[in-house]
Design a protein around this ligand. Sequence first.
Ligand code: GLU
Length: 525
Amino acid sequence: MWQLKEQPILNFKKLDKISTMSERKVRVRFAPSPTGALHIGGVRTALYNYLFARQHGGDLIFRIEDTDSNRFVPGAEEYIIESFKWLGIKFDEGVSFGGNYGPYRQSERRDIYKKYVQVLLDNGKAYIAFDTPEELDAKRKEIPNFQYDASTRTSMRNSLTMSKGEVDQLIAEGKQYVVRFKIEPNEDVHVHDLIRGEVVINSSILDDKVLYKSADELPTYHLANIVDDHLMEVSHVIRGEEWLPSAPLHVLLYRAFGWEDTMPQFAHLPLLLKPDGNGKLSKRDGDRLGFPVFPLEWHDPKTGEVSSGYRESGYLPEAVINFLALLGWNPGNDQEIMSMDELIKLFDLHRCSKAGAKFDYEKGKWFNHEYILMKSDEEIATLFMPILREHGIEAPMETVVTVVGLMKGRVSFIKELWDTCKFFFVAPTEYDEKTVKKRWKEDSAERMTELADLLESLDDFSLAHQEEVVMKWIEDKGYHLGNIMNAFRLTLVGEGKGPHMFDISAVLGKEETVRRMRRAIEVLK
Ligand code: GLU
């Protein structure tokens, strides 16, 4: 098996290759930095990790990468956890979930990183540098395109150019320093990416990255990320394309530690692009075009700014999952509606696209509409109830279920049901002028009085019975069907829209139907 975390950290012994790789348990992680609300692209990354883990009977880890204290935003971690809870993405271990590889918050792993920084220093893979920000600035001015690397490190203030005594002395005096990765120049670094194939870059273009800062006694992202992926036995690193440029450095770090045999396999996901396809999707696009880029509403604790979320905008979590799953991946046919279980079966990293995925917000709405249709009338009614209450309506569940059944096909969001159906719950107080002009004829008041009398006389007010009696009445009298129905609609709804007339009157019941009719006659005659 691969090197276990209990093994001495200086053990660089080559381990049995390849064969162990295929037997290796799938362990993936989602490792956000708590710097604010989780962007919808991050949600997709987590989703793909989740699908991959479930499909392979593996584990999904939730790790918080909070070593950059300047960018820490309070509440972000809780926000991220709540987002996944809402979406139904479940973690097997990590911050707030427990597990045997903790702690899972990087700020609680300082001692571990220190140990590994020392390993690199002891092996000559890293060095200590004392250059102050001012000195570095001066160098940047002096040398065009200055980069701290093999070509310049010999002229800088570091443990490669100073004696051990000097270095120890400075550290003893409390001088601040950083530890830099000593990158050997002129070497082709191969990154094998499951989506992009072989990516090769020359090590000379890399700078000697800072791995650790004495000032806050914390490692930088690169070191912490690699050490943790190793110790947590991560088998696959599935993350956004923005991390691809870091991958060669990460490969070199695995090698410097002697961990190349257990190096995770990389998969860098395509970017989410603006709806028009030009450039990366940003929060500003959401503000500009009126759609959320965050799963939940976010209250920025620093600026007080409130950003909309999918949950508060009325999305069903299943619809968001389905929509996101198809941004950068497809099942190889034109199937679009897929449950989480189906996605787990069908997902395939090899079918992820290299090209960026356009964020088609209209498609997101379409998914929501489809999921509203798929849910039972009872489920939708339960979600609609609180909206009715907000408008001061206390209606029996049975009625709401019937109304939802009649109307849900017309909306993309549950909250749109209010505008679409409110006439079921509130009698019209006004009558749409245009409709009145067009539909309320000279004899309408007389006809509606006759119809109201007729309906009032019915003992059986069921849809079928009403329809039968009214149709016969129209026929016997030789009335114009359209004129009667249009006027009838106007009296009950106040305008020219709505479902089948007898569906409406059956829901309203005899008393309310007749009351509305008589009132309309009063107002319109
Ligand atoms: N902390 C990084 C982020 O915020 C993790 C990148 C990675 O997955 O390696 O996305």
